[in-house]
Write a protein that binds this ligand. Structure first.
Ligand code: ZN
Length: 74
């Protein structure tokens, strides 16, 4: 059995299915609830971001995940 650990909340995910119960974002491993929270946070920021660039998005995503890992939550 494969068990992966979420980088943010440190919860174990048994038999992870990539893209369904487990997600990879900016070289980090995220469980479903953390990925949902991250997407909500990112979406609300993107709406106010002008102009939107892929470089900015990737950096923003990476920064958001790094901060969340430090806090242990999104
Ligand atoms: Zn998590």
């Amino acid at each position: 059995m494969i068990t992966l650990i979420c980088d943010i909340c440190k919860k174990k995910v048994d038999n992870p299915i990539t893209g369904l119960s487990f997600h990879y974002y900016a070289n980090h491993s995220l469980c479903e609830p953390c990925k949902d929270s991250l997407e909500l946070q990112v979406k609300s920021t993107i709406r106010e971001k002008e102009p939107y660039t892929t470089d900015w998005y990737e950096k923003y995503l990476d920064d958001s995940i790094s901060k969340a890992i430090q806090k242990g939550k999104i």
